[in-house]
Ligand binder design. Structure first.
Ligand SMILES: *[C@@H]1O[C@H](CO)[C@@H](O)[C@H](O)[C@H]1NC(C)=O
Ligand SMILES: *[C@@H]1O[C@H](CO)[C@@H](O)[C@H](O)[C@H]1NC(C)=O
Ligand SMILES: *[C@@H]1O[C@H](CO)[C@@H](O)[C@H](O)[C@H]1NC(C)=O
Ligand SMILES: CC(=O)N[C@H]1CO[C@H](CO)[C@@H](O)[C@@H]1O
Length: 484
């Protein structure tokens, strides 16, 4: 009884008063100081920017790696320099190589020429914080928090006017959005977490980096699911801090929209593909040559070479009355083998071809050189692609650029990104019989029409060219570069 009265009369009012005093003497003044400091920084930055041009900073810790992500980085830098000549480019990086070495590599590998005085490198040192091997457990979360540490280091070293992330480090966005007071743009190749990953945990599937102990134990499964959910929630929270989002294709766009839910600020900007050289290739097919159907795909299970062999089998059934034509047709499977498993796969494919008794019409070219591949592009008549749900399908784009009418799988990138409006020269299929019909359809195109189809094919891959990338990239980042 006494305690209840005591609580009512003393503790509760005391608490109330405490909160009130705390609010009046600590929170409000702090907020006030913070706000004025904030405005001053913003004002000072704006003055400098008006006078000297914008400082545009790219976050790309591994800018010398020479992969597809780096091509995006360098082409994007070049595009900004061309469109906004008075801007200053900075690259946050962990690389220790000399600027000249990095820029030379960009020129040799991607054919992008940037002068050393046009770009400055801001060297970061806390690389360990974002390496997956630093964290044996909770890799996803800890790595992301690590990227925040790296982002803080970056901000300490340079506070830019525009921040663009091309590595997909979403956890750095709030830092630059709120602490640096600058607009944030990002180019996302791949969401850090996808709902497919969560589904896999839920259904207790062991995939490459799961541990089977977790998959067998329901409580651990539940914990892991909770962890993924929480991470997904955090990821969507930080992702929404980006003012504009660029994604590299339909697949990524769908996932990012699901997670970040900002379709109006999300732009699809296809990465620049090097298609100009392939577009210059001239066909060297002679009347006496075999009719080659080319497949360019590593000998990996997901590439689904057996589907191509079954399609050939169906094609032979269609050509039962035209032995002459069938004897001329040759499926050429070009691809590399990475290891003994791949070699075994090739052997199995040979056996399957024999089993379907089409072995005389199938040719394997393992580990072809680039020169050999170019020659095959020029001496083939059609191309085929069979992988289900491929995210993009650069090999399809390359075959089309080389002027080969193509039949691709009706799913993923070929369906949503590539074949869409290729007009006649590129077709889709899913079943072996369908493949066979589409191939036959392309084979029976009359010669006059064929030249026209090839031109249309080549024109359609311009959507993936460097020029188109520059145009879409500039259009997307325009709002960031405007001074309001
Ligand atoms: C799972 O593996 C991928 C690729 O190796 C890695 O990026 C990711 O951080 C790993 N996730 C977890 C939870 O270990
Ligand atoms: C986008 O990036 C991912 C990851 O690198 C890749 O798998 C996918 O093919 C890319 N999409 C396009 C359209 O290039
Ligand atoms: C193809 O290359 C891989 C790795 O470079 C090698 O292990 C393999 O033996 C090669 N296969 C053939 C048939 O040349
Ligand atoms: C990294 C890891 O633990 N991978 C495991 C995923 O599950 C398979 C199947 O149980 C194991 O063989 C892997 O070692």
């Amino acid at each position: 009884m006494f305690w209840q009265i005591f609580t009512l009369v003393v503790i509760l009012p005391g608490l109330f008063l405490g909160v009130l005093l705390f609010g009046a003497f600590v929170v409000v003044p702090c907020a006030f100081i913070f706000a004025s400091w904030y405005m001053r920084i913003k004002e000072r930055k704006l003055q400098r920017r008006r006078r000297d041009g914008a400082n545009v900073a790219f976050f790309h810790p591994y800018c010398n790696a020479g992969g597809g992500g780096e091509r995006v980085l360098w082409v994007a830098i070049k595009a900004i320099l061309t469109r906004y000549p008075d801007s200053h480019i900075f690259v946050y990086t962990l690389e220790t190589a000399e600027p000249k070495t990095i820029l030379d590599k960009a020129q040799n590998q991607f054919n992008v020429k940037v002068e050393p005085e046009q770009v400055q490198f801001v060297r970061l040192t806390m690389g360990k914080a974002i390496e997956a091997k630093t964290y044996p457990y909770f890799t996803l979360l800890l790595q992301s928090l690590g990227s925040m540490v790296l982002g803080m280091e970056a901000l300490m070293k340079l506070n830019p006017d525009v921040y663009i992330d091309t590595m997909g480090c979403a956890f750095t966005y709030p830092i630059f959005r709120f602490m640096a007071q600058c607009p944030v743009g990002c180019y996302t190749h791949y969401p850090t977490i996808t709902s497919a990953m969560m589904r896999r945990v839920k259904h207790r599937l062991t995939s490459y980096n799961n541990s089977s102990v977790i998959a067998r134990n329901p409580i651990l499964t539940w914990c892991k699911l909770l962890y993924y959910r929480m991470f997904g929630w955090l990821y969507s929270l930080v992702g929404r801090c980006a003012d504009i989002v660029m994604v590299n294709g339909t697949w990524t766009e769908e996932h990012i929209n699901e997670l970040w839910g900002r379709p109006l600020n999300t732009h699809r900007v296809y990465p620049p593909c090097e298609v100009t050289e392939l577009k210059k290739l001239r066909s060297l097919v002679k009347e006496s040559d075999p009719i080659r159907i080319l497949s360019v795909a590593q000998f990996r299970p997901e590439k689904d070479h057996p589907l191509m062999l079954q399609a050939m089998y169906e094609l032979r059934n269609l050509l039962i009355n035209d032995e002459m034509l069938w004897n001329k047709i040759k499926l050429v499977l070009v691809g590399s083998c990475r290891n003994a498993e791949d070699e075994e796969r090739v052997q199995n494919l040979r056996d399957l071809a024999k089993h379907l008794s089409i072995e005389d019409n199938v040719q394997f070219v393992v580990n072809a050189s680039y020169a050999q591949l170019l020659q095959l592009y020029q001496t083939s008549t059609l191309a085929i692609h069979a992988m289900w749900n491929e995210h993009f399908g650069i090999s399809v784009v390359e075959c089309m650029a080389a002027g080969l009418p193509t039949v691709a799988h009706r799913s993923g990138g070929p369906l949503h990104d590539i074949v869409g409006d290729a007009a006649g020269g590129a077709l889709l299929a899913a079943e072996p019989a369908q493949y066979a019909r589409q191939l036959l359809h392309l084979l029976s195109v009359p010669r006059e029409r064929r030249a026209q189809i090839v031109d249309e094919l080549r024109a359609s891959v311009d959507r993936f060219s460097v020029k188109e990338f520059e145009k879409s990239f500039i259009r997307a980042v325009e709002p960031l570069m405007r001074i309001e």
